[in-house]
Design a protein around this ligand. Structure first.
Ligand SMILES: [Zn+2]
Length: 370
């Protein structure tokens, strides 16, 4: 069993598997907490491990500008730098470049020119730079540079994005990698089935270690997005891992798993914490609400996270209202644990062959948590 990825159980289109990386194995489906700037905001690596995180995401765009991949390489690579010895996936920076649309200057067949979000200076990303940054960071999974466009983009522009995304993946494929580093390509095409098929076929023909479904969860309606995910996953090879970029609400996560997705990431658990909200089985709780002032229950009954085992809703509410750092931290720890536990439970349900009925039950309560 030395394959990079094996599927160990299937239930409908949903799969449970194992991704093997240079820094260990990742059971899938896997939720990847986002550590954009080399940290999952306010959570340290031991805490992440204890919460059940098996892989974290870093961001080539931000780390390239601050503090720079050469500095990180000099200090032993991203694992050593951030004190996390488990698997790391790094995003190529394509998503940041194309989502910060007012910083975009020019796109051509060799790369993209944009203004850095840090100091406004003109900068360029090319497949060579994306490969080099991630090679220097030493991540376990590196992503290809791609063109991700917002919902509602017209077809000719989507078609051009698909063409260039393939061209760039081709350029990046054989460039130097960190030892054992896997490389995933990203399919594009928005909600257009024909373009998604073309993108998938072209990238699969080039041959990568895994494939991401990009260009969804970019502002379209949920139902067409889920339908497009079903299609996009089916265009990808059975034996390779599939990564849906940017989904982290309880319903979304379970929907993409049911459509054959193995990995996903989102800032939602920590971003939700920063707005003072907790994810629970009964929905999202806004701790700023006065009704929690005397509530002695934990955020979620039975949750084994550091917040729920020691503190009341009333106390967390007080911390949030006073903008105490501990309030943000407790909510981040709880929200990450909630999502990681949900995905671990999904995996067990797939193994038992009961995923669909389990999912319906789980979503009954979680609907309000979207
Ligand atoms: Zn908790």
């Amino acid at each position: 069993m030395n394959e990079t990825f094996s599927v160990i159980a299937r239930d409908g289109a949903a799969r449970a598997g194992v991704l093997r990386t240079a820094h260990g194995e990742v059971p899938t489906p896997a939720f990847m907490p986002v550590g954009t700037k080399g940290t999952v905001k306010s959570v340290d690596p031991d805490e992440l491990r204890a919460l059940g995180a098996g892989i974290v995401l870093g961001n080539a765009y931000h780390l390239h500008f601050r503090p720079g991949e050469e500095l990180i390489a000099e200090l032993g690579g991203l694992h050593a730098f951030m004190g996390w010895d488990g698997p790391i996936l790094t995003d190529s920076g394509g998503f940041q470049v194309f989502s910060l649309r007012d910083t975009l200057l020019e796109v051509d067949d060799d790369g993209v020119t944009f203004r850095s979000v840090y100091d406004g200076a003109p900068e360029r990303f090319t497949p060579e730079i994306a490969a080099r940054v991630q090679e220097r960071l030493g991540s376990d999974v590196a992503m290809c540079l791609d063109i991700c466009l917002p919902a509602g983009t017209d077809r000719s522009e989507l078609e051009e994005a698909v063409r260039r995304t393939t061209l760039w993946a081709q350029q990046q494929r054989d460039l130097p990698r960190a030892p054992g580093q896997l490389r995933f390509a990203i399919t594009q095409g928005g909600l257009d089935g024909e373009l998604r098929r073309r993108s998938s076929e072209e990238l699969v023909a080039l041959g990568f270690d895994g494939y991401a479904i990009g260009g969804l969860s970019v502002g379209e309606h949920r139902e067409p997005m889920f339908d497009a995910t079903t299609e996009a996953a089916a265009f990808l090879p059975e034996e390779k891992p599939r990564y849906f970029m940017g989904i982290g609400d309880p319903e979304g996560v379970l929907e993409v798993i049911s459509r054959g997705v193995d990995m996903f990431d989102c800032v939602l658990p920590t971003r939700t914490a920063r707005t003072g909200s907790a994810l629970t089985r009964e929905g999202r709780l806004n701790l700023r609400n006065a009704r929690f002032a005397r509530d002695q229950r934990p955020l979620e009954e039975g949750c084994p996270c550091p917040a729920c085992t020691r503190f009341s809703r009333a106390y967390v509410r007080h911390l949030v209202n006073q903008q105490e750092i501990l309030g943000l931290r407790l909510l981040s720890l709880h929200n990450l644990r909630f999502l990681l536990d949900l995905v671990a439970a999904a995996r067990r349900a797939i193994e038992r062959g009961e995923f669909l009925s389990w999912k319906e039950e789980a979503l009954e309560g979680a609907k309000g948590a979207m």
